[in-house]
Design a protein around this ligand. Structure first.
Ligand SMILES: NC(=O)c1ccc[n+]([C@@H]2O[C@H](COP(=O)([O-])OP(=O)(O)OC[C@H]3O[C@@H](n4cnc5c(N)ncnc54)[C@H](O)[C@@H]3O)[C@@H](O)[C@H]2O)c1
Length: 338
């Protein structure tokens, strides 16, 4: 049985990936500083999978703690989620974002190398492409992130690429996620944002739950079929399964590889809103607001490479994403505190 270190495993995507890893027969060790994660998520991962995992409360920048983890457990490979993800916060506090997202990745790689572990799957982001990309966006599109968050993700990717080029023992798959949405169908784990959600789906479920008055739709005059912005949303369980397939792929020595994880089937804001109305069975109020600076009309993935290299495709559609997001929200109105 292979043992996988999952950094940031107590968070949204990490907890779903732990379920898929355990169900695929891997042993799992989670390192998380619980900055935005929750130990209860890990208890629920164990309930869903009927398997135990190991948890170390530690920061990925703390090399002594990481070193202890690698001495205590026979780690074979790493899935690295631990990081900060708010685009707005990265603009107001770029130093923190470089420290955690890039510094954390460098510290982790140093400790991995000292223990002879050189296979890593990294949580990257479609924000590395910037706003001038073609559509659909292939992995070879120009990388030109528009804000510090995307720049830290690109810098971490470049660090991994440098390691792979310098030493053939290193293998890294950088998964560039589009917009993760939804929750595990059990309703036991899901997205638990602190404060006002930044993303469309948790905002909509909070409108449905009565915590927010209405959705603000930013712009209805884009050159799209209904005038609202069009994005590529992916069910978090599909995303999680992509990590399992990436680990299996890495086992054969691959060097550095960036891969998009999206559906390649984009939806407009109003189509997402309609899917959530169907899932909830009620009208969800919204108002049209002016466009936001920096938003673009259409942004979605070319998924051919992930399909070719990993044999991975997304199975869930927007109605599945809305149903599972609402199932999680309605069973856990206060998130993990419920
Ligand atoms: N959710 C998205 O929309 C999205 C899109 C693209 C990429 N990503 C990336 O995927 C990864 C996971 O995202 P998520 O949505 O699950 O976020 P999340 O905040 O739910 O999970 C991140 C986890 O990392 C932990 N963490 C943060 N800093 C840490 C540190 N210094 N040391 C140890 N643990 C730390 C947090 O406590 C949390 O449990 C992040 O790297 C994020 O940048 C997310």
């Amino acid at each position: 049985m292979k043992t996988i270190l999952v950094t940031g495993g107590a968070g949204y995507i990490g907890s779903h990936t732990c379920v898929e890893l355990l169900e695929a027969g891997f042993a799992v060790v989670v390192v998380d500083n619980l900055d935005n994660g929750c130990e209860e998520a890990l208890n629920r991962v164990e309930r869903i999978s009927h398997r135990d995992l190991m948890f170390e409360h530690a920061d990925v920048r703390d090399k002594d703690s990481l070193d202890r983890v690698f001495r205590d457990f026979p780690i074979d490979a790493v899935v690295h989620f631990a990081g900060l993800k708010s685009v707005a916060e990265s603009v107001s506090n770029p130093d923190l974002y470089y420290d955690v997202n890039l510094g954390g990745t460098i510290a982790l790689c140093e400790v991995m190398e000292s223990h002879g572990v050189t296979d890593i799957v990294f949580s990257s982001s479609a924000t590395v492409y910037g706003i001038s990309s073609s559509e659909p966006i292939p992995e070879y599109a120009e990388t030109q992130p528009a804000q510090p968050y995307g720049k830290t993700k690109l810098a971490a990717e470049q660090h991994l690429q440098t390691l792979c080029e310098a030493d053939e023992r290193w293998n890294a798959v950088c998964l560039r996620y589009f917009n993760p949405v939804g929750a595990h169908p059990s309703g036991l784990i899901g997205e638990d944002p602190k404060g006002i959600p930044n993303n469309l789906a948790p905002y909509l479920t909070q409108v449905a739950a009565g915590f927010r008055d209405k959705l603000m739709v930013f712009g209805d005059d884009y050159p799209t079929h209904d005038g609202t912005g069009v994005r590529d949303y992916i069910h978090v369980v599909d995303l999680a399964r992509g990590h399992v397939q990436a680990l299996e792929f890495l086992a054969d020595q691959r060097g550095f590889m960036p891969l998009n994880l999206g559906t390649g089937r984009p939806y407009s804001v109003l189509e997402v809103h309609a899917a959530f109305e169907r899932a909830v069975g009620e009208k969800l109020p919204y108002v049209i607001a002016p466009r936001r600076d920096g938003d673009i009309a259409i942004y979605f993935a070319d998924t051919a490479k992930a399909e070719m290299e990993l044999g991975w495709t997304a199975h869930y559609d927007m109605d599945d994403m809305a149903r599972d997001a609402w199932n999680w929200q309605s069973k856990n109105p206060e998130g993990y505190k419920s």
